[in-house]
Ligand binder design. Structure first.
Ligand code: NAP
Length: 310
């Protein structure tokens, strides 16, 4: 529980950015508090093979990597609590951060709340969510053994999901709204080389079809060039269309861009003593390693800021 203690650093979020900030602040004897949030460990918890995190030449599973981040941060004295922040008062230091358990006060705050998977926004998509519609291949792929699967998107996430799903499905389609992929070259090659994977170009999903008993049986696809619509049989629909930053609790408090990403000068927000790092402020790179690097920067800036107050 919160009590009256004033913490040196409160870190909101526990992905690579937050836990790296925690590691650095813990090693600087600042005993940081991490409020882990609704998805402890962040997006890597729903990722399979991570092949591009330096130091793991054989690759590592996302959840295992995050367990290691957590163990390392805790090992140096980080207090990690699985609580969800409901509101903040950043008007002056010490700042207040309120969870369902109570209010914590911190001289500095580091925001690393990350970003969350995007949905298409169709009524039928909501109706079949969890019954044929998913945004997490790692979580739900297993249920589609020998089934036909359709993935939406043309970026790295969509290809990663689609490639992963070919382990289970008899056939995987990638429905992309344009005639070229956004994904990196290496991921594109992976998609083109995979015989189980077929790309449906210029295609958008306009409706998810099915019934209560069978779940999803098809999607309605619209050709973005001709406007023609057709039914495309599929047992599952996976979304891989990007993410939205988790900044709802900072609206009206911190500066953010039109998409809701926090605006920073380096890792400094517009509030003195409040820092932001990772995907919550980065819509360009969005990598575990860049998030971790920003977490390190935020921790060092917080440390300097605290020194400046003494
Ligand atoms: P992204 O690069 O923004 O791609 C989103 C894709 O979804 C785009 O192809 C976009 O189409 C499509 N899309 C967006 N909204 C849509 C809608 N409403 N309907 C249909 N299609 C829609 O997002 P991401 O793939 O999640 O990647 C984000 C960042 O993470 C990137 O920097 C990426 O490199 C990185 N990442 C890397 C890896 C890896 O290296 N293993 C894995 C995952 C992500 P348009 O192309 O037409 O805009």
């Amino acid at each position: 529980m919160s009590g009256n203690d004033i913490r040196n650093v409160i870190i909101i979020g526990s992905g690579p950015a937050g836990l790296t900030a925690a590691l650095y602040n813990a090693r600087a004897n600042l005993a940081p508090l991490v409020l882990a949030g609704p998805e402890p460990g962040g997006q890597l918890m729903i990722t399979t093979d991570v092949e591009n995190f330096p130091g793991f030449p054989e690759g590592i599973q996302g959840p295992e990597l995050m367990q290691r981040f957590e163990a390392q941060a805790e090992g140096f004295g980080t207090d990690i609590r699985r609580e969800i922040v409901e509101s903040v008062d950043l008007s002056a230091s010490p700042f207040s951060v309120t969870t369902e358990e109570g209010t914590y006060r911190g001289k500095t705050v580091i925001i690393s709340t990350g970003a969350t998977a995007r949905w298409l926004g169709l009524e039928s998509e909501t109706r079949f969510r969890g019954r044929g519609v998913s945004a997490c291949a790692t979580c739900d792929g297993f249920f589609y053994k020998d089934k036909v699967i359709t993935v939406v998107g043309g970026g790295d996430s969509a290809i990663e999901e689609a490639t992963y799903l070919t382990r289970f499905g008899s056939k995987v389609y990638l429905a992309h709204r344009r005639d070229e992929l956004r994904a990196s070259q290496i991921m594109q090659k992976r998609a083109f080389d995979n015989e189980k994977l077929e790309i449906l170009w210029n295609s958008v999903v306009t409706e998810v079809l099915g019934d209560d008993l069978a779940g999803v049986t098809a999607v309605r696809l619209k050709d973005t060039q001709t406007g023609e619509e057709r039914e495309h049989a599929t047992d599952g629909l996976f979304l891989g269309i990007g993410h939205d930053p988790n900044t709802a609790i900072f609206k009206g408090i911190l500066d953010m861009d039109d998409d809701g990403y926090l605006l920073t000068d380096g890792v400094k927000t517009n509030v003195d003593g409040v820092f932001a790092c990772g995907d919550v402020t980065d819509h360009v790179y969005q990598q575990a390693i860049t998030a971790a690097g920003m977490g390190c920067q935020a921790a060092i800036e917080a440390e300097h800021w605290l020194e400046g107050q003494e």
